[in-house]
Design a protein around this ligand. Structure first.
Ligand code: C2O
Ligand code: CU
Length: 478
């Protein structure tokens, strides 16, 4: 493949530890081939004390940055050296259903020491990611995730590109991961959070720096790969432009309210212009959970070198849009999703395996905490009743109504959707997304054309919520 370790070091910016180079190759005209090998190994996370036992791809967490060109055929062999079954999902890519990586739904799980070949074409440009869909509430926070970039045929004009995989990890004093996965107290509340924020696999903090030259224009690709945490970023002294959400270009605009909220699973591409001068330094802050009053510094923008241009550039040009089928609300069939349950919620009733129970009974007897349309499902239960069925080519709207005290970043597989309304207020931007936050006691309306046949997951990307019942499917009849 057209991507070498050296190129990545250039694009990542000097002081960031490199993401591992992908083991990929490409002969002219042939598919881009590569291997992803899951495994368990030691990696230095905290700068002092022992190394940390992590799970990752190709010997690192995050896994290799996969980079393709729009339209490339891709052929990736997954081999599994975990002590558990797994499967890899390509979050946001509109792949054929059989390549979607959902165990027991789109493929058999890949056994310990087994392999699986993923073959698909990357038709959409943008910033995506990959992660297991098997026991994801454990496998993802142990370190199994990586960014996947599909370059536009006509790339956005910038001086440099930087890729940041944000996440968190829960470490004990011994630097080992706290292995408290699957606790009901996390399933039914805001999910399991780490105690160390990670930026490309190493602790975030004021000692991390993004070096910029005055006037330089950088494209910053951001992914939140944390299993529950939402990041709320602020770029002190800077006004970056948003150019895409979840891989899909938007009309370039400043950060709404000067902050960028990145829920679990979401991506945003920013264009950041070096408006400072040599020697200056500015904080990039997180205002998410536990950050405290003025926010926590994730990294610093540090200025050095000769100016690239005398004045910062103006509003960037938009990214050429992907060819997504435009949903027509007037001819769409309407569907709804109601969320109930969780801690502090109103008393609710739901079904498990067809049997109606009160939510607290569901918690006690089944270890499930949430319902979607009055059903709680175990992660990838073999006998899923779909949330709804649609026909191939059908225009669809979905109203999500959140009757819980927690927010839910909802992710649909195999399609991108337009966000029509939030809390019944029309959303003027109507951006495309694959993961959208439905606020506590709020609602969200989306629309899409169901053009990709198969059984597709529709679930909360707080992975503890997904495992706790917020996991369903939509069948697109081909
Ligand atoms: Cu990012 Cu169903 O997953
Ligand atoms: Cu949720």
């Amino acid at each position: 493949m057209s991507f070498t370790r050296r190129q990545f070091l250039q694009t990542a910016g000097g002081t960031f530890s490199a993401l591992a180079a992908p083991a990929m190759s490409r002969a002219a005209g042939a598919p881009t081939r590569g291997e992803l090998a899951t495994g368990v190994f030691r990696q230095r996370i905290r700068s002092s004390g022992p190394e940390t036992l992590v799970w990752g791809f190709n010997g690192s967490t995050p896994g290799p940055l996969l980079r393709f060109r729009q339209g490339d055929p891709v052929d990736i062999r997954l081999s599994n050296a975990l002590p558990q079954e797994t499967a890899v999902h390509w979050h946001g890519l509109r792949v054929p259903n059989a390549m979607d990586g959902v165990p027991n739904v789109t493929q058999p799980p890949v056994p310990v020491s087994g392999t699986f070949d993923y073959r698909f074409r990357v038709n959409d440009s943008g910033t995506y990611w990959y992660h297991p869909h098997q026991s994801s509430f454990e496998q993802v926070p142990r370190g199994l995730y990586g960014m996947l970039i599909v370059e536009e045929a006509k790339p956005l004009q910038v001086d440099r590109e930087v890729a940041w995989v944000l996440s968190d990890i829960k470490l004990g004093e011994d630097n080992l991961q706290v292995e408290d996965f699957g606790r009901m107290s996390d399933f039914g509340t805001e999910g399991r959070h780490g105690n160390v924020l990670l930026l490309n696999g190493a602790p975030a903090g004021p000692e991390r720096s993004l070096e910029l030259r005055p006037g330089e224009r950088v494209r910053l690709r951001l992914l939140n790969a944390a299993s529950a945490r939402a990041f709320v970023l602020e770029f002190a002294g800077h006004s970056p432009w948003v150019v895409s959400y979840d891989g899909q270009g938007v009309a370039p605009h400043p950060l709404p309210g000067a902050r960028l909220r990145l829920a679990a699973g979401q991506r945003t591409d920013l264009v950041l212009d070096g408006s400072g001068s040599a020697g200056q330094s500015f904080a990039i802050l997180d205002h998410g959970r536990g950050a405290g009053q003025g926010g926590a510094t994730l990294a610093r923008i540090a200025y050095g070198g000769r100016p690239v241009r005398p004045k910062v550039l103006g509003r960037p040009a938009p990214i050429a849009p992907n060819r997504l089928p435009e949903p027509l609300v007037g001819k769409a069939t309407d569907h709804y999703l109601v969320f109930e349950g969780g801690a502090n919620g109103a008393p609710a009733i739901g079904r498990v395996d067809g049997k109606a129970l009160k939510v607290d009974e569901i918690m006690e007897r089944h270890g499930l905490a949430w319902t979607m349309n009055y059903n709680a499902e175990h992660e990838h239960a073999l006998m899923h009743e779909p949330l709804f069925n649609v026909k191939k080519g059908e225009h669809v709207t979905v109203k999500m109504i959140n009757n819980t005290e927690f927010e839910h970043p909802m992710h649909l597989h195999g399609h991108a959707f337009r966000v029509l309304a939030l809390n019944d207020q029309p959303n003027r931007m109507r951006e495309w997304r694959d993961t959208v936050v439905v606020g506590a006691r709020g609602s969200c309306d989306i629309a899409f054309v169901a053009d990709n046949p198969g059984e597709w997951m529709f679930h909360c990307h707080i992975l503890d919520h997904a495992a706790g019942g917020m996991m369903g499917t939509v069948i697109v009849e081909g």
